[in-house]
Design a protein around this ligand. Structure first.
Ligand SMILES: [Zn+2]
Length: 103
């Protein structure tokens, strides 16, 4: 696993969450640090396989006022969704999960 998020400075296009997204409280308690990770669902094409992949800290915090669990670092949407391949409405597994959810 990559080093903890505390040991490196934030990368470009990434900001530190200082207030809860739901209630605005600054009372956020970190309870999980998954280190530095590549962006989710950003699959690489063949030309990018030999280049270093950008990594971002993946830490999870809990808001003690409203109980919302959220990510501590926020990657700019333009970067996060630049090559984001997951579309929930178009995924073929959707019908499967609809059948699975029926009693
Ligand atoms: Zn909150």
């Amino acid at each position: 696993m990559a080093a903890g998020a505390e040991s490196r400075s934030l990368p470009e296009h990434c900001t530190l969450l200082t207030q809860c997204r739901m209630c605005g409280s600054a009372d956020l308690a970190q309870f999980l640090d998954l280190g530095w990770q590549p962006l989710a669902n950003a699959f690489l094409d063949a030309a990018a396989l030999d280049a270093p992949e950008p990594l971002y800290p993946l830490r999870v915090v809990f808001c003690s006022r409203c109980c919302l669990v959220q990510l501590r670092e926020v990657v700019d949407a333009a970067v996060l969704f630049l090559r984001y391949v997951y579309f929930s409405s178009g995924m073929p597994a959707s019908a499967h999960f609809q059948r699975y959810a029926k009693p």
